[in-house]
Design a protein around this ligand. Structure first.
Ligand code: UD1
Ligand code: MG
Length: 490
């Protein structure tokens, strides 16, 4: 078994200066997962003991790993980032297995089979050091180049590479190595800083092994599996590859992507067979979508569960929430903050649901805000209804029991409870609890003044004459207006 003889070191201390953000690139998400978690989870899958060399923003990286990996790992602090060779040297007191696999932290697309095959070749050849190589056709001279000639084999780093001296068609170094622990112990101190960057290059170990006439294995892997990420452009390219892999995988499981090239999906999601995903949809980490759902264009499902047959209409956001089967949500709806929408519910356009439960077969079809609400089944929420859940300091709950009917344009001032089967009149401001089977009316009473229009017009005409006559006497102009206002108040 691999794990008996092999331990891992992941290099994650670098400053990420080519990212130009001031933040470590290793926390940057690739399809929703921070970059450093890719090697971490792969090593966990292979059950290999792992040590992470951390330095720049080490707390951030340690937190990501601790919060997402279940196997214990070691962290070693590289105080100054003096190069990849120095980073490995910092871990030497932990070398206790026969071989060490060393991985750059910025190679997220590498798959476990590459490590297993590299290990098998390494052991078969009894090599001192083995490394993954690949072909790269870019002309930007990124990557260390693997130079093999009559003098042997060595890696020449991009900064030291001279086109006039070396063959430009050579392979590149992927930054994935397996070395015998014995070899590492003997040679790690032989690395020096005589190079353009004045850093301790880990890659010098290849030339050192060659000069000692020790066996070296180069193992070829496709470039798309070993891309290193030093810039946002490289992250973007790697993310496109990962996303295409994910979309192909879900297509095989029976998911239809209507515009596959502009859909954003993360790792750590599930989509049931028979589901259709429209253009511009984002399905983000932690989401579980059931069978035969339809998610229409420009909607976002983030860390949420959708049961079978849910229909999400365009431009809807569902975040940290659950949607029951056969529910219909949107367009332009926003469901968030641990909301629970039960079976058969319909939430229509411009409705926001925050931290609320909506029971089976209830409707809120137009223009509403339902916050901190517990709504039963078969409830109708009229258009324009607002739960006033916040008094400026505290949040309060609104409870609406089964079969209640909330009229349009209601203002429900929480804390509030509306009983089973009760109605509230349209335009009401409801401030008191409503008992069951009751009608609550909380609005100004309408009064009709019959045949008042003629009188009103005369008054208005009188006012406009007064305005004309008093054009130059502004102080008098307001008098008829004041009088009219008084009558209206009556
Ligand atoms: C490195 C290799 C290069 C290879 C490429 C593959 C060296 C000298 N060069 O170049 O041959 O083609 O990876 O992607 O190794 N790090 C530390 N401590 C340090 C410096 C770096 O932990 O002092 C970590 C970084 O966080 C990163 C990894 O080591 O995860 C590699 O460093 P990076 O600067 O990205 O090396 P490259 O220039 O890509
Ligand atoms: Mg790199």
């Amino acid at each position: 078994m691999l794990s008996n003889k092999l331990q891992a070191i992941v290099l994650a201390a670098g400053k990420s200066s080519r990212f130009n953000t001031g933040n470590t690139k290793l926390a940057e998400p690739l399809c929703g997962r921070p970059m450093i978690l890719y090697p971490a989870k792969m090593l966990e899958e292979l059950c290999i003991d792992s040590t992470f060399v951390v330095g720049y923003q080490k707390e951030k990286i340690e937190d990501i790993i601790k919060n997402n990996c279940s196997n214990p790992v070691h962290f070693i602090h590289q105080e100054k980032q003096l190069g990849t060779g120095h980073a490995v040297a910092c871990t030497q007191h932990l070398w206790n297995k026969e071989h060490v696999v060393i991985l750059n932290g910025d190679v997220p697309l590498v798959t476990p089979d590459i490590i297993e095959n590299l290990y098998n070749e390494h052991v078969k050849a009894n090599a001192a050091i083995s490394l993954v190589v690949s072909h790269y056709t870019g002309t930007d001279h990124a990557y260390g180049r693997v130079i093999q000639d009559q003098d042997g084999i060595k890696i020449v780093e991009a900064k030291d590479f001279k086109e006039e001296v070396y063959d430009t068609k050579c392979c590149i170094n992927a930054g994935i190595y397996i070395a015998k622990t014995e070899f590492l112990k003997n040679c790690i101190d032989k690395i020096n800083t005589k190079n353009a960057a004045k850093e301790f290059y880990l890659t010098s170990l290849v030339e050192i092994a060659c000069k000692k006439d020790l066996d070296i294995v180069t193992f070829y892997a496709p470039y798309d599996k070993i891309r290193g990420i030093n810039t946002f452009e490289e992250l973007w390219a790697a993310e496109q590859i990962k996303r295409s892999q994910l979309i192909r995988y879900w297509m095989k499981q029976g998911v239809r992507f209507q515009v596959a090239q502009n859909i954003h999906i993360d790792v750590d999601i599930e989509i049931g067979a028979g589901t259709t995903i429209g253009g511009g949809v984002h399905i983000l980490s932690g989401s579980k979508i059931g069978k035969h759902c339809t998610i229409r264009k420009f909607s976002t499902i983030d860390n949420s569960v959708l049961k079978d047959n849910v229909e999400i209409f365009p431009n809807t956001i569902v975040r940290d929430s659950q949607i029951g089967k056969n529910a219909k949500i949107g367009p332009f709806a926003h469901i968030h903050s641990q909301s629970k929408i039960e079976e058969g519910v319909e939430i229509g356009n411009f409705v926001e649901v925050k931290q609320s439960t909506i029971g089976k077969q209830s409707f809120a079809k137009h223009l509403a805000y339902l916050g901190n609400a517990e709504i039963g089944s078969h409830v109708n929420i009229g258009a324009g209804t607002i739960t006033c859940n916040y008094d400026g300091i505290h949040k309060h709950q609104t409870i609406i029991k089964n079969n209640a009917f909330i009229g349009s344009n209601n203002t429900l001032v929480a804390p509030l409870s509306i009983g089973q089967n009760s109605f509230t009149a349209a335009g009401s401001t409801i401030t008191e609890d409503v008992p069951e089977n009751s009608l609550a009316i909380g609005r100004a009473k309408q009064s009709n003044k019959e045949n008042y229009v003629q009188k009103l017009l005369e008054k208005l005409q009188g006012r406009s004459q007064a305005i004309t006559v008093n054009k130059s006497q502004e102080s008098c102009e307001t008098l008829p207006l004041k009088k009219e206002k008084k009558e209206q108040e009556l």
